[in-house]
Write a protein that binds this ligand. Structure first.
Ligand SMILES: NC(=O)c1ccc[n+]([C@@H]2O[C@H](COP(=O)([O-])OP(=O)(O)OC[C@H]3O[C@@H](n4cnc5c(N)ncnc54)[C@H](OP(=O)(O)O)[C@@H]3O)[C@@H](O)[C@H]2O)c1
Length: 312
């Protein structure tokens, strides 16, 4: 059933890629009537925060479906709780030989790997390590949302909000489904550190440091030297990877998921589908953000790419 999970992530990646291609195609004739509603809904579902501004005043009924962008914080609260719970369950199963709760075993049976074929201790350790990295990532992002980032009155669509909540539950569950959890029969894990664990974790730390620095640069644009919030407007960020791309924190997010693919041993197809999803999702957000800067700041540095340095 792992194939179904991989297919679901691949489908999500394809949906965001299709949205990106639709956005980048030659401008279509100005829609009218029903076409206008569909086009408005499409724009409303792919944009959030600052990129929603400047795409016209939303119709009243669409405005009712918006929630504050600062609710991004809820995604990380859910992720810290859910993925922390999965981490404890996996840790107890691997090191203490305990069974998973039956409802997790059912979920795992429906979506995960249940064969013992080529079942090696290094794979169990990889999954445990990636779940730990995911949980640490969520803890850091939660701390940044609570104590570093300065949010404006920007909004996100309620559908995007619900999707975000579901995403962090799905992504941790995907990690858990990479190992057969109900068939260790009390056998305890012996830790085997491999070369790909070392490379993956090093890359994760490097990308996380840059993501943190870039988010701090954005926050400092709105603070005085003493740390007091003095504005909630948008201005042009400089420093760190902002010198090369408009959205280095999105690029760092991609690198963090690639580092997890490496930590899982590089060959994990399901996780590469998750990486494809993050690539297309963050590329779409970065293109919209890049357009926002180019449209609103006439002196915006011309050499900056949207998302991936020197490439895109
Ligand atoms: N894995 C995924 O699927 C996924 C999906 C989405 C996001 N993320 C990650 O979540 C993190 C945050 O994403 P995001 O889309 O919220 O980033 P964002 O729109 O750049 O916002 C980050 C923070 O910076 C502020 N900000 C943005 N541009 C600014 C500017 N020009 N001047 C001053 N302040 C500015 C925002 O405030 P306001 O927007 O309130 O004005 C917000 O507080 C990123 O690292 C991203 O990679 C991951």
């Amino acid at each position: 059933m792992l194939a179904a999970l991989a297919a679901a992530w691949a489908l999500l990646a394809a949906a965001f890629l299709a949205a990106l291609l639709l956005l980048r195609r030659a401008p279509a004739p100005q829609p009218a009537g029903f076409g206008l509603v569909i086009s408005g809904l499409f724009q409303d579902l792919i944009r959030y925060g600052k990129t929603k501004r400047g795409c016209g005043q939303l119709p009243g009924w669409l405005r009712l479906l918006q929630v504050p962008k600062r609710w991004f914080t809820h995604f990380y609260v859910v992720s810290v709780l859910w993925n922390g719970f999965l981490l404890i369950c996996l840790f107890r199963a691997e090191f203490l030989g305990e069974s998973f709760p039956s409802w997790i075993q059912d979920m795992h049976h429906a979506l995960g790997r249940d064969s013992q074929n080529k079942d090696m201790d290094s794979e169990h350790f990889s999954a445990l390590l990636v779940l730990l990295l995911l949980w640490l990532h969520s803890c850091r992002r939660l701390a940044e949302c609570l104590w570093i980032s300065v949010f404006s009155s920007g909004v996100i669509h309620i559908v995007q909000y619900c999707f975000g909540l579901g995403y962090y539950i799905a992504v941790g569950s995907t990690v858990l489904c990479q190992v057969p959890t109900n068939v260790r029969n009390g056998k305890k894990l012996s830790v085997q550190i491999c070369w790909y664990h070392v490379i993956g974790v090093t890359m994760y730390i490097w990308a996380s440091l840059h993501q943190h620095r870039c988010l701090a640069i954005l926050a400092n644009l709105r603070k005085s030297r003493t740390g007091k919030v003095v504005s909630v407007s948008h201005s042009v960020p400089f420093g760190d990877w902002f010198e090369s791309v408009s959205c280095p924190h999105y690029f760092a997010e991609l690198l963090i998921y690639v580092s997890m693919a490496i930590t899982l041993g590089i060959h994990n197809v399901t996780w590469w589908c998750v990486v494809m999803y993050v690539l297309s999702n963050q590329a779409l957000a970065a293109v919209l953000c890049h357009e926002f800067y180019q449209k609103n700041f006439s002196s915006y540095p011309k050499h900056r790419k949207a998302f991936i340095p020197l490439v895109f």
